[in-house]
Design a protein around this ligand. Structure first.
Ligand code: TXA
Ligand code: MG
Length: 320
């Protein structure tokens, strides 16, 4: 299993090599518009088992299946008319739909962790799309980080966590959205994870209020595991008055004294794009200065702010 992890360029030769490795059941980290994903052939039990092993991910936590088209998605999941309407509007893009699994989908059971539903998305990133086309099948891809740690938004972040454990990473530069996809269940409608598409937008489209799904104790809502995105340092939230022994991470123009700022102009899109890289920088700074805590300024709980605050609350949660 140990590998020298190859760094592949986002060009036809890189796509061909990545597709070849994937066909052999190897793992390749790929850029998407949200975060880098750790991709493997979703039909191959061994490849999918390797994804869980490389991440140290618990097997009850199912994976998202990435596909190039709605047509391909309809071969994996059962789409209601409502699901099709949402898919047409938001795909390709940072939205994952949880839908009934088709019995003839041909996926490894490990992908769905034995559930009768499957999480599907069509990524918008041109490199992800080129790779899906070159590979020609469904790719299971969780975020390409060790389980419970900070998600990767550059190829270097992937290597920092997984070098030597995966065959290759395709370097597509930094991810534009920066937080993972929004996960939406439709039967019944529920927001399983806030993410790159604002919940308010989906609510307006569906004409209803989305209950937040998920119960930490329930394996069918595994994304709700509390501690996640954990840096080495402790994390304190809603801090407007940091202590001298903390690294203050600001949001907006009111945080002039902050060591780092998610968005000096207070823009949520910019803050989401910089969130995970800033967590990593804050952690490195904390180590350098021998400081134990990262203190985050408040971020508004609307639009992409919901996804940002969700990730920060998990980063701050007690760890086992
Ligand atoms: O933006 C993203 O979604 C990224 C990129 C790589 O596509 N992927 C990602 O995967 O965030 P991961 O594994 O880190 O998160 C997938 C989430 C988990 O919380 C998992 O529990 C949930 O999706 N999930 C997968 N299948 C599910 C299902 N059938 N029902 C409910 N939740 C599911
Ligand atoms: Mg993840």
């Amino acid at each position: 299993m140990p590998h020298e992890t190859a760094i592949l360029a986002p060009d036809p030769a890189g796509y061909a090599r990545a597709a070849e490795l994937l066909r052999q059941g190897e793992l390749v980290a790929i850029p998407t518009e949200t975060v880098y994903g750790l991709a493997g052939d979703a039909r191959n039990d061994r490849a999918v088992a390797e994804i869980f092993a490389a991440k140290g991910r618990p097997h009850f936590n199912p994976l998202i299946v990435h596909l190039p088209s709605l047509e391909a998605a309809e071969k994996i999941a059962v789409f209601s008319e409502a699901a099709r309407q949402i898919a047409r509007k938001y795909w390709p893009g940072p939205l994952t739909l949880v839908l009934p699994l088709r019995p003839d989908a041909g996926l490894s059971d490990l992908v769905t962790a034995g559930n009768d539903t499957v999480a599907i998305r069509l990524p918008a990133h041109p490199v992800a799309r080129a790779l899906l086309t070159a590979f020609g099948g469904p790719l299971a891809a969780p975020s390409a980080n060790p389980s419970g740690k900070i998600s990767p938004t550059t190829a270097q972040h992937v290597l920092d966590g997984l070098a030597g454990k995966i065959a290759a990473v395709v370097d597509g530069g930094p991810c534009a959205v920066g937080v993972e996809s929004t996960i939406l269940a439709l039967d019944p409608p529920a927001l399983l994870r806030p993410g790159g598409i604002a919940a308010e937008e989906l609510e307006a489209e569906l004409g209803l209020q989305l209950p937040t799904g998920g119960d930490a104790a329930k394996p069918n809502a595994p994304g709700q595991l509390l501690s996640h995105y954990a840096p080495g340092a402790a994390v304190r939230l809603d801090v407007t008055d940091p202590r001298p022994d903390e690294i203050w991470i600001g949001f907006g123009p009111g945080c002039g004294q902050a060591a780092l700022n998610l968005s000096p102009r207070g823009d949520l899109t910019e803050a989401a794009a910089s969130l995970f890289a800033t967590l990593r920088k804050g952690d490195a700074l904390a180590r350098e200065r021998g400081v134990a805590t990262l203190a985050f300024a408040p971020v508004p709980e609307s639009g992409l702010g919901r996804a940002i605050n969700d990730r920060l609350r998990r980063a701050a949660a007690p760890r086992d």
